[in-house]
Ligand binder design. Structure first.
Ligand code: FES
Length: 87
């Protein structure tokens, strides 16, 4: 979690054994949104280790809010982007 210095925001996605099976859609959705809006220069998408919440896979974490987001689907990823990144 050391790369956050030069970015305004960091979105972590769990890449643990369980989450990595389910996070692909949400991850690529966020990647696409960041690239399309040019916000990829300000917002870093970074992986993190298993957070011990495997039942709620896939797990994401919004650094500025210090909040975990559980069961992040593509739809939830879009909402998360609108609420925390664009707003
Ligand atoms: S694998 Fe993601 S919380 Fe355990």
């Amino acid at each position: 979690m050391s790369k956050c210095k030069s970015f305004d925001e960091v979105i972590y996605f769990c890449d643990g054994k369980k989450c990595c099976r389910y996070n692909e859609e949400a991850k690529s959705c966020l990647k696409e949104l960041l690239n399309d809006t040019g916000l990829n220069k300000n917002v870093l998408l970074e992986k993190m280790k298993c957070q011990g919440m495997c039942k709620s896979a896939p797990v994401f974490y919004i650094n500025s809010e210090k909040k975990y987001k559980k069961e992040v689907t593509k739809k939830k990823a879009k909402k998360l982007f609108d609420k925390y990144i664009v707003a």
